[in-house]
Design a binder for this molecule. Sequence first.
Ligand code: ADP
Ligand code: MG
Length: 319
Amino acid sequence: MKINHNPKFDVIVVGELNIDLILNQVHSFPEIGKEKFSDAMTLALGSSSAIFASNLSSLGLKVAFIGKIGDDIFGRFCKEQLEVKGVDTSMIMIDNNMQTGATIVLNFGEDRANITHQGVMKLMSVDDITGKMLSQGKHLHFSSYFFQPGFRNGLNVLFQKAKEIGLTTSLDIQWDPMERWDFDFGQVLPLVDVFMPNENELLHLTGQSSIEEAIKMIASSGCIIVVKRGTKGSLLSFRKDIVPCAAFVNNDVVDAIGAGDSFNAGFIFSYLKNRPLTECQTFANLMGAISTMEPGGTTAFVNYGQIMKIARERFGYAE
Ligand SMILES: Nc1ncnc2c1ncn2[C@@H]1O[C@H](COP(=O)(O)OP(=O)(O)O)[C@@H](O)[C@H]1O
Ligand SMILES: [Mg+2]
């Protein structure tokens, strides 16, 4: 059956939802049988997918979220936080039997140790996402494959559906907490327009020891590949070339939570405006850097005007 493509939203994000309880200024690593202090704490909207959706909406695009929450306080918090940032939550599903996910983040400078309880994010599957839902967007973004077992061996079906309707697509696979890296990229990547792993994830996924070899291995799928490299910036690969782009240096990092998701938001924002790919990459680096200026992944993103003011004043960015 042919589904009408009638986009009301620029981007539909399919992904996991959870809160982040962020403990900053932790005195030392946790140890069994002991108790330690942390001197600062933030409760924030967590999950890569939600941070991406929220920041893209703050940049000014129309964004809708598809995910699952429980009928509980964390679920209501996630929904509210998305709504505050202007993200449409009408396609978020509430499950009465399981809890909303939560991540405890122990922050040590620019690095962090996370523990996630997945809760209901484990339940969403490709069968929950109908063509009618997808037809409301121009672009589909999916994140955090290994957190959502309902998409195992089904992600290609989701992207295939999106492609048939006429959406462009992007994927951030994210870290595999089980460290098995079981992902059939040959099946999925040909359906993805923009693939956005970080360096470490890409090496694990491909089993290669150099980024160049890893890129070469997946380049035949034909997608645009953007590789995030923390303070080293990013690499962009499309067809033959690999183009590096240095990071906008922030010597005053509060935390790097959501830097990768903000990077993704910057890239897709520019991509949907049909800007040249190297411009998308620069804008992505800029959004990653801006994210490190405030706690959590979304605090630094108020609205387009504010974001561009920081870009100009702090990073000397000229539009
Ligand atoms: N300390 C930093 N200073 C400036 N930019 C940063 C910093 N950390 C990250 N970024 C920017 O954000 C992008 C994404 O961050 P990264 O940590 O690589 O992503 P991920 O969270 O997916 O691992 C980087 O490519 C870089 O451009
Ligand atoms: Mg990431």
